[in-house]
Design a protein around this ligand. Sequence first.
Ligand code: IPE
Ligand code: IPE
Ligand code: MG
Ligand code: MG
Length: 359
Amino acid sequence: MSVTSGKIRARIDGPDGHGPLQPPPRSTPVDFETRPAVTTTLLEPILRDDMLVVDRVLRESLASDVVLIRQVAEHIVGGGGKRLRPALLLLSARACGYTGTHHHTLAAVVEMIHTATLLHDDVVDESSLRRGHATANALFGNAASVLVGDFLYSRAFQLMVSVDRMRALRILSDATNVIAEGEVLQLLNSGNPDVDENAYLDVIRRKTAKLFEASAQLGAMLAEADPAIENALALYGAHLGTAFQLIDDVLDYSGDHEAIGKNLGDDLAEGKATLPLIRAMKVGSAADAALIREALERGRLDDFKPVVEVLARTDALDYAHRCAQAESAHASACLDALLDSPARQTLLKLAAFAVERTY
Ligand code: IPE
Ligand code: IPE
Ligand code: MG
Ligand code: MG
């Protein structure tokens, strides 16, 4: 769908269909739900007030006099999400004793970068459901999603410059660059059944774990923590993010689509050789391996049921789950370097959540 198609026009035109809506003044913050964004009971008690500030920064930062930007941004950012990356940054800052206010700004920045990657990712993956709603690409078209994703990226950089810390800029510019590499690597791998575990891990460490790593590191950096503590938190984030994506890839075959707010089978339809499939090809019979190879090469949702049957026969989802558990255990072990505190305890619970999660 192009940005000038009927649907977009209907949204840009006034409700009576006569002429465009008056663009809101740029200073008007984008309107979205103000409920505490971290959806787990685990994070809400400790982060509620901080997350409300982060949501305010996000709302204000998404303001633009370009109506379509506000609409798309409101749709995706206001549509919920677990807000895990900002939570991670806030907890890390707190675990290191930070008492300033920059953590709210940088938490909003990592959520904006995450949201930009989702807008782009849903175009690339041709996904139609996200956070329980139609994706921005399904509603507004690919062009609008890509361009508003660019807006979010560049607004995130404006915001991080306002913090005026060169190290924050370095960490975040490196992270966004690595994420982009991960997504491109994944594109190169798509439809290729010969992708092995190492190649798969390389992709998920870049596309997902890197932003978790940066989020955790930034909290420590703001608090001017010891380099050893900063490194420990960065490594915690990297392992946590890897566990998180491993489970995401399990849920793509076994989750409840209402709970995860996404369609199952997107990975197969995109020809993504995720760990469950790689494992099933390795330990399954020749016939099972051939079935998965062909399904990956075809990249069709029609193959979903037989593929799930192979995954069950080969215990491949269980294997991926155990790999996620190992990553989560590594993440927790990194926290041995920190003095105990409620924030550290919550980081430990977050490591468990990454594996136990059903959404
Ligand atoms: C989705 O991340 C993309 C992955 C890295 C799997 P989340 O599951 O954190 O997405 P939201 O923000 O909660 O929607
Ligand atoms: C994560 O990969 C996307 C990014 C980190 C940009 P997926 O493609 O698995 O994420 P979902 O499943 O669409 O959320
Ligand atoms: Mg995707
Ligand atoms: Mg996924």
